[in-house]
Design a protein around this ligand. Structure first.
Ligand code: ATP
Ligand code: FE2
Length: 333
């Protein structure tokens, strides 16, 4: 069976193709085109225009990479929730027209759950806690009693958004996460840790106050870029590790899986690994191309749902920008 997955929840328009024969599953293609900007933030209508412009090219590239023809596709999956309405609509439209023209079944999937399921496919993690750290999302998710539950999350912006906004204040462009990671590593060998607010409320985290604080410190010209990047990372990643550890303790699970673009950060990976080791758990990190938003993860969750009989009628294939992870009944586990 060949499954095509379309991702369009935010900046990325991605198409992934997975081939599944018996128990063997392989990613044949995972192509993406990312909307980037130097200065401004993300304007949904502009990103939607970008997706319209690139969708055909990304599709053709994916078919070429997978060495298949579009007629070989058996199932079409698309990210149905959650995300920006403007951009989700482009992916849904593309998916619906393909499903109609090829006369193939259509499956709508939840983007956050897709991050978790692709990790379970590609690593040895079986029943992990997912630390999902991306631009817009920061959630700690795990399976319990028929649903993927959110054990902790950000109360305001996502951690990637925090990094990107701070990077903009530093004038180092977008996306800021990788640049902050480099700056945090450069400079003096022993960095000075500059005290910042540490905001964990119960199982949740919040980054807005830290952002204001770190920006004020930068504007005061009393601290170096490197020290601030280092201190910002150490602070927000410690917060993420703390809530992840508490989710492990609460659920009694023994595995942590990383997902989301911020999880590409080597320091975050290291901190999670240390925490897991200390409590006899294991951490798992898929390759970067599967950490960031991608079509392959949509294809894979599409396959799981298709096998469980969860398909959409074309007329009912609407987008659900606000649907939460824990509102979905998980029939495939
Ligand atoms: P979502 O809809 O899942 O919230 P997104 O559009 O934010 O998606 P991702 O590709 O998952 O997409 O993540 C992008 C974020 O990851 C950006 O905020 C970027 O700065 C951050 N990022 C990427 N690489 C790194 C890194 N090495 N260190 C820290 N952050 C990083
Ligand atoms: Fe994502």
């Amino acid at each position: 069976m060949i499954i095509l997955g379309i991702e369009s929840t935010a900046h990325t328009f991605g198409i992934g193709i997975i081939k599944s024969v018996g128990k063997k599953n392989s990613v044949l293609a995972n192509v993406k085109d990312l909307y980037t900007t130097e200065k401004e933030g993300i304007i949904p209508a502009k990103v939607a225009d970008h997706h319209v412009e690139v969708c055909d090219v990304v599709f053709e590239k994916a078919l070429k990479e997978a060495k298949i023809k579009k007629e070989n596709i058996d199932v079409i999956a698309f990210s149905q929730s959650p995300g920006l309405g403007h951009t989700l609509r482009i992916g849904a439209m593309f998916a619906r027209s393909l499903a109609v023209s090829l006369n193939k079944p259509l499956v709508g999937v939840n983007h956050c759950i897709a991050h978790l399921e692709i990790g379970r496919l590609l690593t040895k993690a079986k029943d992990p806690i997912l630390l999902y750290a991306s631009g817009a999302n920061t959630q700690v998710i795990a399976y319990e009693a028929g649903k993927y539950r959110i054990f902790g999350e950000t109360l305001d912006i996502g951690v990637g958004n925090f990094l990107d906004t701070f990077a903009r204040a530093l004038g180092i462009g977008f996306p800021g996460g990788p640049k902050i990671e480099q700056l945090a590593k450069s400079g003096k060998k022993y960095k000075k840790y500059i005290e910042l607010p540490y905001v964990v409320k119960g199982m949740d985290v919040s980054f807005g106050g830290i952002l204001t604080n770190i920006q004020t410190k930068w504007n005061s010209q009393m601290f170096s870029k490197e020290d601030l990047c280092y201190s910002g990372q150490e602070t927000v990643f410690s917060m993420l590790v703390e809530v992840t550890e508490r989710a492990l303790a609460h659920t009694g699970k023994k595995e942590v899986l990383l997902g989301g673009g911020v999880a590409c950060n080597k320091r975050l990976q290291e901190m999670v690994k240390i925490m897991c080791k200390e409590r006899g758990a294991k951490s798992f990190v898929p390759e970067n191309q599967f950490l960031v938003d991608n079509g392959a993860m949509i294809a894979w969750l599409g396959k799981l749902q298709f096998d469980a009989g969860i398909v959409l009628e074309i007329e009912k294939a609407i987008i659900e920008p606000y649907l939460r992870t824990d509102e979905i009944m998980v029939k495939w586990r």
